[in-house]
Design a protein around this ligand. Sequence first.
Ligand SMILES: [Zn+2]
Length: 151
Amino acid sequence: MQNNFEKNIYCADSGKYGTTIFSAKKINKGETVFIICGPIIKQPSIYTVPIDFNLYIDPIAPGKFLNHSCEPSCGIKNRTEIVAMRDLGKDEEITIDYAMIVYKYDDLKLKQKIVCNCGSKICRGKFGSFETLPENLREKYKGFISDYMIQ
Ligand SMILES: [Zn+2]
């Protein structure tokens, strides 16, 4: 058992970009949705979750199906805890903005893979990084950013 949050979510095909995570029930703003788990590694990929400047989790399900959105439903508490940024109904997609966890994509040599297809009206066109995150979004995401970047 990874954690006690299985009842909150299920994974299914997004119909747009492969498997994604959905809420299985109503989740209140500020509630923990699930926790990202997996081995800690030093080599980043497009799937890894940074937990420090040179340390990454290679997430197992459901974490590996956590997709980016430029208009995310969730954010990060501490470094691995996915938390609802607003009240969520059943069957809503669980997303974060990768800028909440990635400081800079240059380090990851993944620039070519970060085109965003989230479909939001406010889509920035590619996955953001915290370094390039506009001031208004830093403000909006306050409290939902991985804490290794803001110490
Ligand atoms: Zn987008």
